[in-house]
Design a protein around this ligand. Sequence first.
Ligand SMILES: Nc1ncnc2c1ncn2[C@@H]1O[C@H](COP(=O)(O)OP(=O)(O)OP(=O)(O)O)[C@@H](O)[C@H]1O
Length: 296
Amino acid sequence: MTILATEALTKRYPRVTALDRLTVEVGAGVTGLVGANGAGKSTLIKILLGLVPASEGSARVLGLDPATQGQEIRRSVGYMPEHDCLPPDQSATEFIVHMARMSGLPRIAARERAADTLRHVGLQEERYRPIGGYSTGMKQRVKLAQALVHDPKVIFLDEPTNGLDPQGRDEMLRLVHRIGTEFGISVLVCSHLLGELERICDHVIVIDAGQLLRSSAIGELTQASQVISVEVEEGLEKLAARLTETGETVVVEGRSLTVQVRADETYDLLRDAVVDLDLNLVRLEQRHARIEDVFR
Ligand SMILES: Nc1ncnc2c1ncn2[C@@H]1O[C@H](COP(=O)(O)OP(=O)(O)OP(=O)(O)O)[C@@H](O)[C@H]1O
């Protein structure tokens, strides 16, 4: 199922082209949108929500056109913006109830829905205190709650782990993953950290300077980044030469040899080479390189 698609989508600001003929398609599940600061992630999200007009090209979100149907899109899509946008003098409960009312829920239903949503994002007693006194992690949870309170089909999360310490980051990533799996809501999550998204996404889209670098299922990225590290008692150079002859990509690193996993047969070729050359194997280890390495 296609959640959203863009076709040659372009956004020009007076001094910079934020999106440059971007064509992508996003399916159901959790999709990561990765790019350095300024790559165009926030601009893409704002165009998809109908908040900012594109200069050229087209887009569809849940079959709707952001250029003319922004309001319908925002009814079905939750949005967690990157920057702080919360009223400091209101409690999380007051704010989320207000947002639920704004989405059209009657008073009692809005209260119930707000309480459920705040519980899901992990805000407990503190939800009755003014937001101004919250930690960054708590504020991020409130922003997430307001994106979820109107029961969207899809949510767009712009850098949800920004400003969080490692533990807060882990908790937020787990929460995003739960939203995508247990709640069945499709997620488009932005980050400038590719390694973060590896843990929670089914699919990753990488953009740079507004252009598409890559769009792949997570399995393809991690397969491409698998290596085997081998140590033998003697004859490392002989082993390297033999594997190179058979078409493998190998690098000698000190006392061990790193072999790129090209396909399943790489394992067989390695085993056969060790046996043929009569080498004593000391260590054979499969390493799973992080997906950042794929783009180095
Ligand atoms: N309203 C605007 N007016 C002019 N230039 C803008 C505007 N909004 C964004 N830009 C520029 O467009 C480019 C892309 O910005 P965008 O915010 O989409 O990037 P990003 O990938 O979300 O990065 P970040 O995570 O830092 O926000 C940047 O060069 C930015 O300076």
